[in-house]
Every structure is written in C-alpha cells, then in structure tokens.
Design a protein around this ligand. Structure first.
Ligand SMILES: *[C@@H]1O[C@H](CO)[C@@H](O)[C@H](O)[C@H]1NC(C)=O
Ligand SMILES: CC(=O)N[C@H]1CO[C@H](CO)[C@@H](O)[C@@H]1O
Length: 311
C-alpha cells in the first residue's frame, strides 16, 4: 500500500515536471529577438533553439557567441553532471562552439580504451564540436598538480584560438566543477583549483558547476519542479508577495537567482532529459553498474545545473 502511494506521488510529480519544463515554456515562449529565422524553423515544440526558463539568464551572462571549453576529469563526467548545460549551450541560436577537454581516460579500472571510445560517441550525441582526452592518471586518491593543469589549459586555449582563427580572450568561456567537485573526488577538485587560479591570472571568464547538498543532489526532479513552479508563480506580483511574506530561505534564494544575473540556472525539458538519460545508459555502458542506475533516476544533475561565475 505504501509503495502504491509512493508511485502515485512520483507519477504526479513527473507530470507536473513535464508541464513546468516543457508545456509552459511553449505556451509562454518569451520574446527573444535574436536569430529569429532559426526560431521559426524549429519544428520540435519550439524548445530546440531556446527555452524561456533558461534563455534569459544565458543572455544576461553573455554565454553566447563564444567558444565554451568544458574541463572534466573522467569520460562520463559530462553525461553524469553537465548534460543540462551542454544541451542548452549548444543550441544553435546561441552561436556557441563547444569544446570538451577531459583530463584523463578514466583508466583506474583498466577500462581506459573503452571509456575513450564512449566519450567520443557521447560527444557526437551531445552535439559537442571538439573532444580531447589528456593523459592525467585517473586516481580517486590523488590530487593533480595545479600548475600542470594550468599549463594544459593555456595550451588547449592557444590551440583552439589557432584552429578557429581568433585571438580575443573574451570569446572564451571555461566551464568546470566547483570546489566540492559534486562528489568530492580529488580529480574533480584539482580541475577546479586550476581553472580558478587560471581565471585570476587571465582575462578568460569561467563558470563552475554548483555542488548541491545531499538532499538536493538525490532529489531527482522534485526540487527542480518546486524551483520552476516558484519561478513561474513569482512572475505574478500577488504570489510574489505571498512568497516573500513566508520568509523561507530556500524560496527567497530561488527569487535571488531569478533576479540576480550572476548565476545561471539551466533546466532540462522533456527532450533534453531523454537525451541525458540515453547518453548515460546507451553510450557510457561500461560505467553502468547498479548504483549508476540509482544516480540516473535520482540525481538532480541529470535535469538541472547551476553555473556560478568563478571570480
Ligand atoms: C558567432 O560567434 C562568432 C564567435 O565565435 C562570431 O565571430 C560571429 O560573429 C557570431 N555570429 C553571429 C551571427 O553573431
Ligand atoms: C534525441 C534528442 O532529443 N536530441 C536533441 C537533444 O538536444 C539537442 C540540443 O538541444 C537537439 O539538437 C537534439 O535534437
């Protein structure tokens, strides 16, 4: 009986999530007048080129017309943590070129060669323009040397500038983990430390993926749905004042991220969620052990990302 009730609740939340992320943005598409032509050609539910939930903060933060370089530590990091950002930022209207630089081949269990192949396949599905795997040694007990990584970052940036024939650092945006690295993995943290240091000594903008606490992390679509519902409702002054009077920190924070433009929240819609699920299950099959299934269906990182500028 208890199980039946849980399944009702899960079904209800799933329907709610689809309405909030996919149906409502189509009914209220927002008014973005860039690349009109592409919008008009969009056959799929009008969300393949922009999404009224995500597009405003992406435009505010100028995450457009750029070369976005995502630095990860292992093949599958991009699919486990960053898919909402990748599927959103690679949409054609934003005119970004997306580069993935993975610092190791994830060979800790001896599956390096398979995982390299999987990464290239995932990149194809995710519409990533270029992929490179570096030769750092995958080890859950080891930090990588910050200066080494900074040298690698500098080298890769110069390579891309050369390949795509531009010289302005403002055309580049770096993206990586934050100081907690989602899971506290020392390899993840090392990449953050290097990107952080690099962005201090250069003009390159960089963003980190916010690590959530354990409750948010395993909340699947629950808190995402609440956040989006609050965002929709607070467009109406009446609800806004009700919410403000409740004075709940969690909800006030959602307001803040909606109003302040310095952090970018990205939510998947139904289309990109399926894409996320399938890259993880279909492409990174060597990594699908039982606990990864739990991750896929309970992790909030599979349906939303919060990107915070590194300063
Ligand atoms: C697209 O981005 C590139 C830089 O990556 C820029 O040179 C070009 O002008 C942009 N195109 C449009 C239509 O804004
Ligand atoms: C299978 C699928 O849904 N693919 C879509 C995923 O998202 C990208 C970018 O938003 C689209 O270009 C794909 O068609």
């Amino acid at each position: 009986m208890g199980l039946l009730k849980i399944s009702y609740v899960v079904t209800l939340i799933s329907f709610l999530w689809v309405i909030l992320t996919t149906v409502l943005p189509n009914v209220f598409p927002g008014n973005f007048d860039f690349n009109k032509k592409l919008q008009d050609q969009d056959g799929y539910l009008n969300t393949a080129y922009y999404n009224s939930l995500n597009t405003p903060s992406i435009l505010n933060n100028k995450l457009i017309n750029s070369h976005i370089m995502l630095f990860t530590a292992h093949p599958d990091d991009e699919s486990m943590f960053f898919t909402p950002s990748i599927t959103e930022l690679t949409k054609e209207n934003y005119n970004n070129t997306f580069h993935l630089i993975c610092l190791s081949n994830g060979g800790y269990d001896g599956l390096g060669v398979i995982r390299e192949r999987e990464l290239f396949k995932a990149a194809k599905i995710l519409d990533i323009d270029s992929v490179k795997i570096l030769e750092y040694v995958d080890n859950i007990n080891q930090f990588w040397n910050t200066e080494d990584i900074i040298n690698s970052i500098t080298y890769e940036i110069n390579l891309i500038k050369e390949q795509y024939d531009f010289s302005d650092d403002n055309d580049i945006i770096l993206l990586t983990f934050d100081k907690d690295g989602v899971s506290n993995h020392p390899n993840h943290k090392s990449v953050f430390l290097a990107v952080e240091k690099f962005s201090k000594i250069s003009n390159v903008r960089s963003y980190s993926l916010k690590s959530w606490n354990i409750i948010l992390k395993y909340s699947g679509i629950l808190f995402s749905s609440i956040e989006i519902a609050v965002k929709w409702l607070c467009k109406c002054n009446h609800f806004r004042s009700i919410f403000t009077s409740l004075n709940i920190d969690y909800i006030l924070n959602i307001f803040d991220t909606e109003i302040q433009s310095d952090s970018v929240t990205i939510y998947s819609d139904l289309n990109s969620l399926f894409l996320n699920y399938s890259t993880m299950t279909w492409v990174h099959y060597s990594q699908i052990v039982w606990f990864r299934w739990i991750w896929i269906f309970t992790s909030k990182y599979m349906n939303s990302n919060e990107l915070v500028p590194i300063v």
